[in-house]
Design a binder for this molecule. Structure first.
Ligand SMILES: [Mg+2]
Length: 236
């Protein structure tokens, strides 16, 4: 029986275009101002230090490096954290809303109601994940989500990442179900004892052949409690 659902975001709950056409340009346009304004913030400086092997000494240099890393779409924790801080302002001021495919909010609730824990695993930082679901177009969905995981547990193509998540969620092999748009991620999860499904959404990247089940939207849980059916009185 499935006890926990683990969802990817980009290409699974959320259109890839939201990330590349809304979130990334938003962070890019505000990176220089943000770094200049927060240059003496210890946490921000720690993240700047994590961008390179050498010492960055000015906000302008930090901006140049951060934007170059964004150009390469690097999944670097320090970069993701900086982006998350910039998005936080956007969500809080109502300039950004988290985009989700239409059925996602209802399905999260169905999985919760079925007794499953609902969790997110994305290369976006935990802060960015919480912002997206906390300020979604369907409202604040954080009460429906039990856990958030980012690349602090490891890369999404590394089976050990899924072993660690299973351990954190106290799952035995087969009790967790991971949904993603990327076959390499599904394979890693499968190798670590997870059930895995590939989600096909408009705008997703073509995937190599695979033998995972496919969803075109987030499915309702199989072990969803059935509605109460009254006894058939016509036979009385
Ligand atoms: Mg994805």
């Amino acid at each position: 029986m499935t006890r926990a659902l683990l969802l990817d975001i980009e290409g699974t709950t959320t259109p890839i275009s939201f990330v590349y056409e809304v979130l990334f340009p938003y962070a890019r346009a505000r990176m220089a101002d943000f770094l200049a304004a927060h240059w003496h913030d210890t946490e921000v400086r720690g993240e700047v230090a994590g961008l390179t092997d050498w010492l960055i000494t000015t906000p302008a240099e930090a901006t140049r490096v951060a934007l170059a890393l964004m150009d390469e779409d690097r999944k670097l924790g320090s970069l993701k954290s900086l982006q998350g801080r910039i998005w936080k302002d956007g969500y809080r001021t109502g300039q950004l809303y988290g985009q989700l495919f239409d059925e996602v909010a209802d399905r999260l609730k169905d999985w919760k109601d079925s007794g499953c824990s609902v969790n997110i695993y994305s290369s976006g930082s935990v802060l960015a994940q919480q912002l997206l679901f906390g300020h979604s177009q369907a409202g604040d969905l954080r009460p429906l989500i039990d856990g958030y995981f980012d690349t602090a547990v490891g890369a999404k193509t590394d089976p050990d990442s899924y072993r660690l998540i299973a351990q954190r969620l106290s799952l035995q092999p087969g009790q967790g179900l991971f949904a993603t748009d990327i076959v390499g991620e599904a394979s890693a999860a499968h190798e670590a004892g997870w059930q895995a499904v590939i989600v096909r959404r408009p705008g997703n990247h073509p995937q190599p052949p695979h033998s995972f089940p496919e969803w075109t939207e987030i499915s309702a849980p199989a072990n969803r409690p059935r509605a109460y059916a009254p006894p058939d009185s016509s036979r009385a």
